[in-house]
Ligand binder design. Structure first.
Ligand SMILES: Cc1cc2nc3c(=O)[nH]c(=O)nc-3n(C[C@H](O)[C@H](O)[C@H](O)COP(=O)(O)OP(=O)(O)OC[C@H]3O[C@@H](n4cnc5c(N)ncnc54)[C@H](O)[C@@H]3O)c2cc1C
Length: 326
């Protein structure tokens, strides 16, 4: 049986493995957990979905919700949503899909259902080729041989890894936004009339209350996303400066005397895809001339979880068809 290495265990990699027929697949993941940008940070007694916030109920990807329900990975949440807080847009009920016990439940349960061996905490730094076979290098370890290698990392990272094998001159440039996120626990209710919404201030693009997702703490917890252009300008801001700034902005916005009892920030270098392969009417994955090395991920399709899932699904279909022909 042909041996396949999949680099990354984000939603696109999990989708690829799920949509391929049973094959000899091994995952390599630089983190200690699966999920990539779908991440639930647990600090003290708090839990924050500080990567992807939710999956849209009407995302339109056939079969995805049914599969996630079948493996007991998700719940549907109804919350009060405001599309533009600073302009006093009406607050409406909105249903979204989230992980059953934090969004990390989604990749964890998919990964578990696949039963493929996985090397966690292995950052692949190089790929070597000998006699039409590929070897993966992580620190001083070498893994292989593999017949096929699939890289599901953000575009620029996979480009670095595959540059020696693929001519990128004809491939359109992909653009990503970076985003600062801030996780805060307040000791009192802020009195916000919504649970999630856009544009609290000119700097804060989105915020989501975590209590109605996780339902197990006394304090009021929020995840706040800064705007992409603000993040660009303040890319190197000190964490504590950013955290204090956001706490003050929130207290001012809600005229609250609550104090922050926990705060932490994280900068996502590759957050949302700004310009995808789909936007540029290009083929939805990148492959080497020998059709053994592939790069894919949300950046092939768009900025969201459903795009990551679609990317893995489309590449799996292409790969299965190609193998049938050969
Ligand atoms: C702050 C933020 C908020 C978001 N909000 C939403 C939202 O509300 N709704 C929504 O639908 N989407 C949202 N998204 C987008 C969504 O999270 C992504 O589109 C999706 O998770 C991307 O999946 P992926 O598999 O393509 O990439 P990733 O999740 O980035 O997966 C890549 C994987 O490769 C691993 N990796 C990278 N380099 C190496 C290496 N050298 N060796 C081994 N492993 C490696 C990484 O650790 C990671 O696990 C958000 C993203 C961010 C950052």
């Amino acid at each position: 049986m042909k041996k396949i290495a999949v680099i990354g265990t984000g939603l696109s990699a999990l989708s690829l493995a799920y949509h391929l027929p049973a094959l000899d697949i091994t995952f390599f993941e630089k983190s200690w957990r699966p999920g990539g940008r779908i991440s639930t940070r647990k600090h003290e007694q708090y839990a924050f979905d500080h990567g992807a916030h939710y999956l849209k109920l009407d995302h339109g990807v056939i079969g995805l919700n049914e599969f996630l329900k079948k493996i007991d990975a998700i719940k549907i949440l109804k919350g009060q949503f405001c599309s533009n807080i600073s302009q006093n847009s009406p607050i409406e009920d909105k249903e979204v899909i989230v992980g059953k016990d934090g969004n990390e439940t989604i990749p964890i349960k998919i990964h578990k259902s696949l039963h493929y061996p996985t090397h966690f905490s292995k950052q692949i730094t190089n790929i070597e080729s000998h006699n039409n076979e590929y070897f993966l290098i992580a620190a001083d370890e070498k893994f292989g041989p593999y017949d096929y290698v699939f890289c599901s990392m953000p575009y620029e990272q996979s480009k670095k890894l595959l540059d020696q094998f693929i001519d990128y001159s004809d491939i359109p440039e992909i653009e990503f936004d970076s985003i600062w996120t801030v996780m805060i626990a307040f000791n009192k209710r802020l009195g916000a009339p919504f649970q999630f919404g856009y544009h609290l201030t000119p700097e804060i693009s989105f915020l989501m209350n975590q209590n109605f997702k996780h339902e197990f703490f006394n304090e009021e917890c929020w995840v706040v996303n800064m705007r992409a252009d603000w993040t660009k300008e303040y890319y190197n801001i000190e964490n504590y400066v950013l955290e204090d700034y956001v706490v003050n902005q929130m207290k001012k916005s809600f005229q609250s005397k609550a104090d922050a009892v926990f705060k932490k920030s994280h900068r996502w270098r590759y957050s949302y895809t700004k310009k995808s392969l789909r936007d540029q009417n290009s083929k939805r994955f990148i492959e080497s001339i020998d059709q053994r090395l592939y790069a894919f991920g949300d950046w092939c399709e768009g900025p969201s979880m459903q795009d990551a899932w679609l990317s893995g699904k489309k590449l799996a279909q292409h790969f299965s068809e190609m193998r049938l022909k050969n």
